[in-house]
Ligand binder design. Structure first.
Ligand code: ITT
Length: 229
């Protein structure tokens, strides 16, 4: 089952998600994961993501952190939806609980969509945010402002031990700044300026301001709707 988050006009819904948006779009009030789970285990090991997911989902369902003893999941599916499915299934198998995974990519037009599904290791060392941003700014050094367009894409996969699966996606369009700004957020937030904002980067915004327009906020709101919560 697939449900899409709202996208700004022109935002692609399927690329990079392995067809996540090519399935049925659910009606706004129709629960599609029935019955909805009482609790959900988050598959993410990323503290920034975890905080955003809890803030958005916590009012709707009991949210459990990923048990620390579970090892890292190799993300080698090659697509956001494939990687999210790998992570969700691994945590669901280990816990016996309904599990939710997030896979996110930053798609930069001047780099033909890179780093995309490889966003976490773009700087050469996995999960090194500073190096990731350094490489991004280096590769865009000669790219003028109007051509620095980019988008974040999040795919969420929810899986249950009984085989049910729900996929949602959210996208936010923006541009890559010339340099870093802001101390909040995580990952590429200090250099991403959303089109729907006021010129600030995501790292200049509070978590609530970011989530109101972000890729993850959109994907999660679509998930909550699909759960009928
Ligand atoms: P899990 O797989 O444990 O959930 P991860 O950090 O490996 O965490 P991703 O592969 O989805 O997650 O993330 C790809 C990269 O994109 C990684 O460097 C993140 O820090 C970054 N990223 C993800 N969401 C972001 C956001 O909302 N703002 C800025 N950067 C983000």
């Amino acid at each position: 089952m697939v449900a899409s988050g709202s996208h700004p006009p022109g935002a692609g819904a399927g690329a990079g998600a392995g067809g996540a948006s090519s399935g049925r779009r659910t009606g706004p009030c129709e629960p599609v994961f029935d019955p909805p789970p009482e609790r959900i285990v988050l598959a993410t090991a990323n503290a920034g993501k975890h905080a955003e997911l809890v803030a958005l989902l916590g009012g709707h369902v009991d949210v459990i952190a990923r048990p620390p003893e579970i090892g890292e999941v190799i993300e080698d599916a090659g697509t956001l939806v494939g990687n999210a499915r790998l992570k969700a299934r691994a945590i669901m198998s280990a816990t016996g609980e309904v599990a939710l995974a997030d896979d996110t990519g930053l798609e930069v037009d001047a780099l033909d969509g890179r780093p995309g599904v490889d966003s976490s290791s773009f700087g050469g060392v996995d999960h090194d945010d500073a190096r990731n941003i350094d490489r991004l700014l280096r590769e865009l050094r000669d790219v003028p402002g109007p051509e620095r367009t980019a988008r974040f894409r999040t795919v969420l996969v929810l899986v249950a031990p009984d085989g049910r699966e729900l996929v949602t996606e959210g996208v936010v369009e923006g541009t890559i700044a010339i340099g870093r700004s802001g101390v909040d957020g995580f990952g590429y937030d200090p250099v991403f300026v959303p089109d729907e904002g006021d010129g600030r980067t995501f790292a200049d915004m509070t978590r609530a301001q970011k989530s109101a327009i972000s890729h993850r906020g959109r994907a999660l709101r679509a998930l909550v709707v699909a759960l009928g919560r």
